[in-house]
Design a protein around this ligand. Structure first.
Ligand SMILES: O=P(O)(O)O[C@@H]1[C@@H](OP(=O)(O)O)[C@H](OP(=O)(O)O)[C@H](O)[C@H](OP(=O)(O)O)[C@H]1OP(=O)(O)O
Ligand SMILES: Nc1ncnc2c1ncn2[C@@H]1O[C@H](COP(=O)(O)OP(=O)(O)OP(=O)(O)O)[C@@H](O)[C@H]1O
Length: 455
């Protein structure tokens, strides 16, 4: 990338999270920092500090997270310096593409620094094919229940944080409808539970699920809209991908069958391992802690569980998340001691391995997975009968270090989520806050492999 020849017209808005805004051009993305809007006139850090922050992200990703998660999944990127005029023009250009609820923050136009990464949704990264790759982004969140003795509320050992948080988010207006996705189902390694989890991600994607086709986002939650995302449009996009096997070309496939095939391919990619056959490991979550009581998956079926292949992306993420052995309730007193120590000895480097370990686990609880599916050509396809054949690649994104001083906020949020869930009895929400019965609910009636509990 020749930074002195940058033209904002080449770049387009690609997406954003809470801390960064991403623009793309062909096979590259630039990830720019964001600041609170009230700081827009007065940037909270100097260009040197911004550069250091981005370099820290690269170093943390390549030295810490890549060792824990497996370097085959990681792209650390590099920090680039950009012309300020380019960044200013870019910020104006992308503004009207930004979701309104993200505009409490503004793009950093002062430092001229950004992180340059491969565009993981780009067709150019993949072999040339008639059909562009489908890229599925999943933000899986925390996949286990805490077992720390320092947990004060029993409900935390039965209902997962994501499921409890959903009640709090809907009550506070962050999302219109509750997602029935449960991370413990996705991380279970049991194909039926994983299928069930992905169905719920599709039903109510929120910020946990997106699909890109040829670099364009074709399926995601529509910000501020009461409507569910357009499943018919998704089916329209997916159908050619799952129909391209010879035997199917002239046959009709129901929407349900298209989605089932698509989910099956995605589950296969998530369970696959790089560089060898998947071994099966003992579930480190232990008996009785691998299911969330709030999940609607039929509990009877959980007994016949399988486990995650040890070197699958989900297993690597889960193992890293589980470095949080104390839970925020057990960690907070240690954090306070470290903080006091630093007040007394400000020149010392930070002691406290447990606090470091907790922060690493936090990063793994907030990262995203990008699965890229490239349809096999007819010659490559071996089996006409089974689900369609794809080659796939899997990456992990958003591996930024979490700041130590976010720990007090973590504790407060944990208390709010648990207290809200306990007060409202974790009640099944009113019909109006459940997903609109869509293609899945209708499809369920004829599906004997998945069972929804009555709601
Ligand atoms: O605390 P959580 O679980 O709500 O996670 C936050 C995420 O909310 P989510 O529940 O996934 O919608 C939140 O995501 P959104 O802004 O809601 O899309 C951020 O990822 C936040 O991380 P950071 O402060 O930007 O580094 C995340 O904060 P950390 O807890 O990872 O610091
Ligand atoms: N390398 C990449 N290739 C393609 N798309 C990307 C890449 N990195 C990020 N994105 C897209 O940009 C979005 C925002 O990026 P990212 O999640 O890193 O932002 P963030 O502000 O750090 O998120 P968070 O809210 O979790 O803190 C992602 O959800 C993804 O869709």
């Amino acid at each position: 990338m020749e930074v002195d020849k940058m033209d904002e017209n080449d770049w387009k808005y690609h997406g954003e999270g809470n801390k960064s805004l991403v623009v793309s051009h062909l096979s590259r993305v630039l990830r720019l920092l964001k600041y609170p809007a009230e700081d827009s006139e007065n940037p909270p850090q100097t260009p040197e500090q911004a550069f250091r922050q981005l370099q820290n992200i690269v170093d943390f990703c390549s030295n810490v997270m890549s060792r824990l998660l497996g370097e085959e999944f990681i792209h650390s990127g590099e920090v680039v310096k950009l012309p300020l005029e380019f960044v200013r023009q870019l910020s104006i250009k992308v503004q009207h593409h930004r979701p309104v609820w993200r505009c409490d923050k503004v793009m950093d136009i002062y430092s001229g620094c950004a992180l340059c990464l491969p565009n993981l949704t780009s067709p150019l990264l993949h072999q040339p094919t008639h059909t562009p790759p489908l890229c599925i982004e999943i933000k899986p969140k925390c996949g286990f229940l805490p077992s720390s003795k320092l947990v004060s509320k029993e409900v935390k050992t039965k209902v997962c944080r994501f499921c409890m948080h959903q009640h709090y988010k809907v009550a506070n207006g962050k999302w219109k409808r509750r997602s029935l996705y449960c991370p413990l189902d996705l991380f279970s390694g049991n194909r039926q539970r994983m299928h069930f989890a992905i169905r719920h991600l599709i039903e109510e994607p929120q910020n946990n699920f997106k699909i890109f086709k040829g670099g364009q986002c074709i399926y995601s939650s529509k910000e501020g809209s009461d409507d569910s995302p357009d499943l018919n449009s998704l089916l329209h996009h997916l159908r050619p991908y799952v129909m391209h096997g010879n035997n199917r070309i002239n046959s009709h496939m129901t929407g349900k069958a298209v989605l089932n095939d698509f989910i099956q391919v995605l589950v296969n990619a998530l369970l696959s391992s790089r560089g060898g056959d998947a071994g099966v490991v003992t579930d480190r979550r232990g008996e009785g802690r691998s299911a969330c009581e709030a999940s609607l998956f039929n509990k009877e079926r959980i007994r016949h569980g399988q486990h995650l292949p040890d070197i699958s992306v989900l297993s690597r993420i889960l193992q890293t998340q589980m470095l949080d052995t104390l839970d925020i309730e057990g960690l907070y007193p240690l954090y306070r001691r470290v903080e006091q120590h630093l007040q007394e000895y400000p020149k010392e480097s930070l002691p406290g391995d447990a606090v470091h370990q907790y922060c690493v686990a936090m990063t793994a609880k907030d990262c995203s997975i990008m699965v890229s599916l490239v349809p096999c050509t007819e010659e490559e396809e071996e089996d006409d009968e089974g689900p369609p054949a794809f080659s796939h690649s899997v990456s992990i994104l958003d591996l930024d270090p979490k700041p130590f001083d976010s720990i007090p906020r973590q504790l407060r949020l944990d208390q709010k989520i648990v207290s809200f869930y306990t007060k409202t009895g974790g009640s099944v929400p009113k019909a109006s806050s459940l997903p609109v019965p869509g293609i899945f609910m209708a499809a369920e009636r004829e599906d004997c492999t998945l069972v929804f509990h009555p709601v």
